[in-house]
Write a protein that binds this ligand. Structure first.
Ligand code: XLS
Ligand code: NI
Ligand code: NI
Length: 436
């Protein structure tokens, strides 16, 4: 096959260069806090955006030039596309990629034929992984594009659709396992509702939990040892999705006894759609021990939908890396660019510019976060702020030694608490700016 990106060579780290096709900050080999940047950041390309999204929107057709792609749904085209993708991963220098089953192989008239198509493509993916060393960060199944999933998949009103989704996920798990995938993501594409008038919410939630338990059982049956993740998103395509944010997912997983089996895959743009900052979602997940992986992108705060832009905001990447480092870094997870180029960025080279920008932005975020941690500026402040809990009455409360009765006696004797120190919000914001 001819090269898909003949004009682009391997992207190098060259901080002094004026060539935009170089990394200015992402030096894969550079060591920070005992690990290389590549090991910390674990960058992944999202196959669906990079190789299946042609740039169409509600108002217009696709614009992207993808000369390697003949636009057909043939198996031969799927193979060529897969090879083009690996050429891209290699030239960009990422260690990982992610895909939905239907991104890589065409859906046929029957499930049996569709599965056969997938097996055919998996052979190509296996060979390309072998050739390049690029690994599958996580696999997933598309349970939202086909008309059968109009009412949802696991939360469909139609039991046969639930069964179909189960069959599809079973196959996707097998494929993920065959490719040595590090994990598997459940994003509830249409697991929610359009109208409450036609929805039995309690029953749908029970079904979703049942589906996830079946997936956990199947994972054990086939011996797949990857990490399961659930990806919160509040809306779009449905009016409301049950996995609306990190806290809602956590409550759901707890209620249905699933917290041992799934972690969270947090997406920046989904956080903002839920009315939270990306940092908030990561911080919540880390606080409850559920931080698994990240879909790295950004939204437009003036727009109300999933714009899936590439991450460029250094505050966002610094905050994200502060939380990720504090949580001990990624184990199975990574930073998957769930993002697409703008409709007007239609040339093949734009795919490189987009990813280079995202990788540099996270490299800067990582270095800033590591410097902040090394200087202890935030940690020292936090330690001081909560110091009343480290001894005396605070330590006794934390140790569970006291109840309301003892605290009433204590307070009646002691009188009004002395005013705490200032929160120093502005000072901390100023300090942060020194590092960005
Ligand atoms: C859509 C989601 C999707 C998941 C994978 O908004 O972000 O891309 O990451 O199904
Ligand atoms: Ni996502
Ligand atoms: Ni998204």
């Amino acid at each position: 096959m001819a090269e898909a990106f003949p004009k682009v060579k391997k992207i190098e780290y060259d901080p002094k260069s004026r060539n935009p096709l170089t990394f200015k900050h992402y030096n894969a080999e550079e060591v920070v806090e005992g690990k290389t940047l590549a090991e910390h950041l674990r960058f992944s390309v999202a196959f669906w955006h990079a190789f299946r999204n042609d740039g169409h929107d509600q108002f217009g057709v696709g614009t992207r030039q993808m000369p390697w792609d003949d636009g057909s749904d043939s198996l031969a085209n799927a193979k060529t596309r897969a090879r083009a993708a690996f050429e891209f991963f290699e030239k960009l220098g990422v260690g990982f990629y992610c895909f939905h089953d239907r991104d890589v192989a065409p859906e046929a008239d029957t499930l049996a034929e569709t599965n056969k198509n997938l097996d055919e493509i998996v052979k190509v993916l296996q060979a390309e992984q072998q050739r390049t060393g690029v690994k599958l960060l996580w696999g997933t199944a598309c349970l939202f594009a086909h008309p059968r999933y109009m009412h949802g998949a696991a939360t469909s009103c139609n039991a046969d659709v639930f069964a179909y989704a189960a069959a599809q996920v079973a196959k996707a798990l097998e494929v993920t396992q065959a490719l040595g995938g590090g994990g598997y993501v459940f994003w509830g594409g249409r697991e929610g509702y359009k109208s409450l008038l036609n929805t039995d919410m309690g029953r749908e939630l029970d079904h979703l939990a049942k589906f996830l338990h079946m997936a956990v059982d199947y994972k054990k049956q086939i011996g797949f040892d990857g990490q399961f993740y659930i990806e919160p998103k509040p809306k779009e395509p449905t009016k409301h999705q049950y996995d609306s944010d990190a806290a809602a997912c956590y409550a759901f997983l707890q209620r249905y006894d699933l917290t041992d089996h799934l972690k969270l895959n947090l997406e920046a743009n989904h956080a903002t759609l839920a009315g939270h900052s990306f940092h908030h979602e990561l911080e919540f997940a880390a606080a409850v021990g559920m931080l698994g992986s990240v879909d790295a992108n950004r939204g437009d705060l003036m727009l109300g939908w999933d714009t899936d832009q590439f991450p460029t905001d250094l505050y966002d990447t610094t905050f994200a890396m502060l939380t990720i480092l504090k949580a001990g870094g990624f184990t199975t997870g990574g930073l998957n660019f769930d993002a697409h180029v703008a409709r007007e960025s239609f040339e093949p080279v734009d795919l490189f510019h987009a990813h280079i920008g995202g990788m540099d932005a996270f490299a800067r975020g990582l270095k800033a976060a590591a410097a902040i941690r090394a200087d202890g500026v935030l940690d020292d402040f936090l330690k001081q702020r909560y110091s009343s809990w480290d001894s005396g009455i605070g330590a006794d409360i934390e140790a569970g030694k006291l109840g309301f009765k003892q605290l009433s006696e204590y307070m009646l004797k002691k009188g009004e608490p002395a005013p705490n120190e200032s929160g120093r919000v502005e000072m901390l914001e100023n300090i942060l700016n020194e590092y960005i």
